[in-house]
Design a binder for this molecule. Structure first.
Ligand SMILES: Nc1nc2c(c(=O)[nH]1)N[C@H]1C(S)=C(S)[C@@H](COP(=O)(O)OP(=O)(O)OC[C@H]3O[C@@H](n4cnc5c(=O)[nH]c(N)nc54)[C@H](O)[C@@H]3O)O[C@H]1N2
Ligand SMILES: Nc1nc2c(c(=O)[nH]1)N[C@H]1C(S)=C(S)[C@@H](COP(=O)(O)OP(=O)(O)OC[C@H]3O[C@@H](n4cnc5c(=O)[nH]c(N)nc54)[C@H](O)[C@@H]3O)O[C@H]1N2
Ligand SMILES: [Mo]
Length: 756
């Protein structure tokens, strides 16, 4: 039985307590079960959570951290459980809800309110000039979209977004449809996420993905976790770090914030975690200044290079290029300036270099704290430089570990969701399907927004995600979306992108990862790729919230039939009826997927080849490349702060589960800004005051986020923090990372203004 939507609530007054020095433990289990029960009821909760990440179960929609071969009975974490409860909720919203709430009213609601209403259960249209969504038949919806797309002056006047929950099968069909239509406008959430990692690693080692497996982490001597908050965002990573620690690894956390999970982990699956003090994870905590990581890695490189015995000359000689230029460049940098840029002491920097020197097997892990700065690509090149000095690539226990976000964001990219897929991929599509794929690079996320703003896009379609909220410069973004003639959202739940929409707007409700997907040939499974290139199957088990829902594959293949059915000889209907026929095509187009179906039958799945693991580096030089990049770091003007926009413990990106950030001591509110005590004194503000945050950018526009409570907090000096997406309004669209075009969500210059 479904439950009524929850309409009679909103955010209250924020309360601030002490921040925690450890993550997980029994409270984590309590909180996950509480949320699960509220959303799903007791029976559905038990049935669902027991299937999470099990061999015949479904892949957790939470994050992309891999599962181990031997799983605990309850291999779920608090935030995985919340992600599942959010999707498997019994609350539903249909025609009657939308008749009551015009889009203008929905656009005033918080992200939390919107997300809490429940699952979308029928296709809806908001006709041009009207204020309300109302039901539309599936075929009529497809006809409408097809007519718009076929009528475009050029296919490049449409853009097609993907969020990283989409399965391999749906992603492959989606990009195929879009390319048959004739454009490479395939922006995705990765453009705002790990694009900097992809760009840097492709240049450096020839593969834009991480090189390590779980087993490598378990046998590493040194693991450096930079710019990442795994206690909240990748809780299962803590179990891996705990094993690594027990096996003797040294763990170093590099972060402007002392994140609870990095300091201490109370594993709820072990007696020690439940009643004992847990495991202290980080041996060293380096409270780096925002954007100081490139300088830190340059300093470490310079110090390591002073001791010839530490340099793996044989590896460098045989497998790398650019070493001499790198050495000349790094030796020429002023160590004092490098140290100053990090905000750390010389002793701390030398201490980190000594940790590298003492280790034979080093892994560096990173996430958004590294990828969302102007100089992110250069920073990641610097991480690789340091690893290459000691030959820490292509051997067990060593390598690069960019920790991905969305559960299938890496798989979507492998399937061709990318505005600049390489020629070999397009050639393979051409051979397999007999059409001429467009070769001109398409728009990524930021370029799509620019094009919308400039009136160059008529149709915006999104498979998953919450484009209007996840993207930067919210006011500009919202105006850009509203300029489109048609916006189409394939979604599971209501969000702001449904309320801030094009002239005509469609909501196409779809099955989630947990839902059972039955097609003409029977129950279907889909497949996903985790952060470590392991591909495995996922079977939804739950009864979908409505009979009217279609799977993403159904929606995309039917839309393709309506739009480009006459253009290429592609068996769209067969793809829909039986997903094995899609996998068969994938196996012929994408290397590493040969015998896809057979390999997928193994419940543990299979691992895609990663050339660097066998010390092959498919770069232009056919070697791993050192880089000599200029030193960059954010300079904070007088009286200003550098703001990072990050996640609380109660959210999944733009989906807000609740208003607490337990580990940081925040309760019942999200409009807080964390500021260092010394900065407060210097700037003349006090803990508890309410301020507006105003960002300053070269274009002279004051971007303002109103009404934030100041929280005195242990963050690096000069570096403030506040939650995304409330602060996206502050991130200028043109403030992007060099090369990757990723918005600089972790370095926004702001001033505080007392509310008058
Ligand atoms: N529960 C939950 N899980 C999630 C998500 C979620 O929202 N909720 N989101 C998913 C997604 S899509 C992603 S990409 C990942 C995100 O995972 P994270 O990258 O962990 O997410 P953020 O909250 O953005 O945290 C950034 C971290 O980097 C630090 N940091 C910021 N700037 C710097 C810097 O300049 N240098 C260094 N060294 N550190 C810095 C911050 O203090 C913070 O600890 O998580 C995924 N998993
Ligand atoms: N300021 C700032 N901005 C950021 C970031 C930051 O750190 N700071 N982080 C960036 C990052 S790392 C990312 S990845 C992006 C995230 O950007 P997105 O991926 O676009 O955003 P999400 O909030 O994950 O999308 C949530 C919506 O997805 C839909 N959904 C959920 N599950 C499914 C499903 O199975 N199928 C379909 N079709 N729809 C589904 C629901 O309707 C839900 O409302 O945001 C980026 N934006
Ligand atoms: Mo992400």
């Amino acid at each position: 039985m479904s439950r009524a939507p929850r309409e009679d609530f909103d955010e209250g007054d924020v309360q601030v307590g002490r921040h925690k020095d450890h993550a997980a433990g029994v409270p984590a289990v309590y909180h996950s079960l509480k949320i699960a029960n509220e959303q799903m009821g007791a029976v559905r909760s038990a049935r669902t959570l027991l299937r999470l990440n099990q061999k015949d179960g479904f892949d957790c929609p939470g994050c992309a951290w891999p599962e181990k071969d031997h799983r605990h009975i309850a291999e779920f974490c608090e935030n995985g459980a919340k992600a599942v409860a959010e999707e498997a909720t019994k609350r539903t919203i249909g025609a009657e809800f939308f008749a009551r709430h015009p889009v203008s009213e929905l656009a005033q609601k918080t992200d939390w309110w919107l997300g809490q209403q429940g699952r979308l259960v029928e296709p809806l249209i908001k006709p041009a000039g009207e204020e309300h969504y109302r039901p539309i038949a599936w075929d009529a919806a497809f006809d409408l979209i097809a007519t718009e797309l076929r009528g475009l002056e050029s296919p490049d006047r449409a853009t097609f977004y993907t969020s990283g929950r989409t399965s391999n099968e749906a992603a492959f069909v989606y990009q195929l449809f879009v390319r048959v239509l004739g454009t490479n406008n395939l922006p995705d959430c990765s453009n705002m996420c790990h694009e900097s990692s992809g760009s840097a690693l492709t240049e450096a080692i020839g593969v834009g993905k991480g090189s390590v497996q779980i087993e490598d982490l378990e046998e590493a001597d040194l693991i450096v976790v930079m710019g990442q908050n795994p206690g909240t965002n990748h809780p299962r990573m803590l179990s891996t770090l705990e094993v690594a620690k027990q096996n003797g690894a040294v763990i170093v956390a590099v972060n402007p914030l002392p994140e609870a999970g990095l300091m201490n982990f109370r594993n709820p699956q072990t007696p020690k975690g439940v009643i004992g003090g847990g495991t202290s994870l980080a041996d060293d905590f380096l409270q780096v200044r925002l954007g100081g990581d490139q300088a830190l890695m340059m300093a470490v490189g310079q110090i390591l290079l002073q001791d010839d015995a530490l340099i793996d000359h044989a590896f460098i000689q045989e497998h790398t290029a650019g070493f001499d230029e790198y050495v000349a460049h790094i030796k020429g940098l002023d160590l004092a300036e490098l140290i100053e840029a990090t905000g750390l002491t010389e002793q701390q920097v030398r201490g980190l270099a000594a940790r590298f020197a003492a280790s034979h097997k080093t892994i560096v892990c990173w996430a958004m704290g590294i990828t969302q700065h102007k100089h992110s690509v250069a920073t990641i090149r610097e991480i690789v430089n340091v690893l290459l000095i000691q030959g820490n690539l292509g051997r067990p226990g060593a390598g690069v570990c960019p920790v991905r976000g969305h559960s299938n964001v890496q798989g979507d990219r492998t399937m061709g969701i990318f505005e600049k897929m390489p020629d070999w991929f397009l050639d393979n599509l051409q051979t397999e399907f007999g059409f001429e794929p467009p070769r001109k690079h398409g728009h990524d996320t930021v370029d799509s927004l620019r094009a919308m703003r400039d009136g160059e896009i008529d149709v915006f379609m999104a498979v998953g995600g919450n484009f209007v909220r996840a993207t930067p410069d919210s006011n500009l973004t919202e105006a850009a979306l509203r300029k489109c003639r048609l916006t189409v959202q394939v979604s599971t739940k209501l969000n702001r992108s449904h309320a801030v929409c094009g002239e005509t707007a469609l909501i196409l409700p779809t099955l989630g990862r947990t839902d059972k997907d039955v097609q003409a040939s029977g129950a279907q499974k889909v497949s996903v790729e985790d952060s470590m290139s392991r591909v495995h199957g996922s079977h939804g088990r739950l009864k979908p919230p409505s009979e009217e829902l279609l799977s993403e594959v159904s929606i995309l293949t039917r839309l393709a039939q309506h739009t480009v059915g006459d253009r290429a000889d592609i068996p769209w209907a067969q793809f829909e009826a039986d997903y094995t026929t899609i996998r068969d095509r994938i196996s012929r187009v994408i290397p590493g997927f040969e015998d896809y179906e057979t390999k997928l039958a193994d419940p543990d799945g299979f691992t895609l080849p990663h050339a660097s693991r066998s010390r092959r580096f498919p770069t232009q030089t056919a070697r791993a490349n050192f880089a000599a990049s200029p030193l960059e770091y954010p300079k904070i003007p007088e009286g200003r702060l550098l703001l990072q926009t990050l996640r609380s413990h109660d959210q999944y990106n733009t989906t807000i589960y609740g208003l607490d950030d337990r580990y940081r001591g925040i309760k019942d509110g999200r409009r807080v800004v964390f500021v260092n005590a010394e900065d407060l004194v210097e700037l003349g503000f006090k803990d508890g005051e309410t301020v507006d945050l105003i960002s300053e950018w070269v274009d002279g526009v004051d971007r303002r986020a109103e009404g934030f409570r100041i929280v005195k907090y242990d963050t690096a000096k000069g570096c403030a923090a506040a939650y995304y997406p409330e602060t996206n309004v502050l991130v200028p669209l043109d403030s992007v990372a060099d090369k990757s075009n990723t918005p600089t969500s972790k370095s926004v210059i702001i001033r505080l203004e007392r509310q008058s």
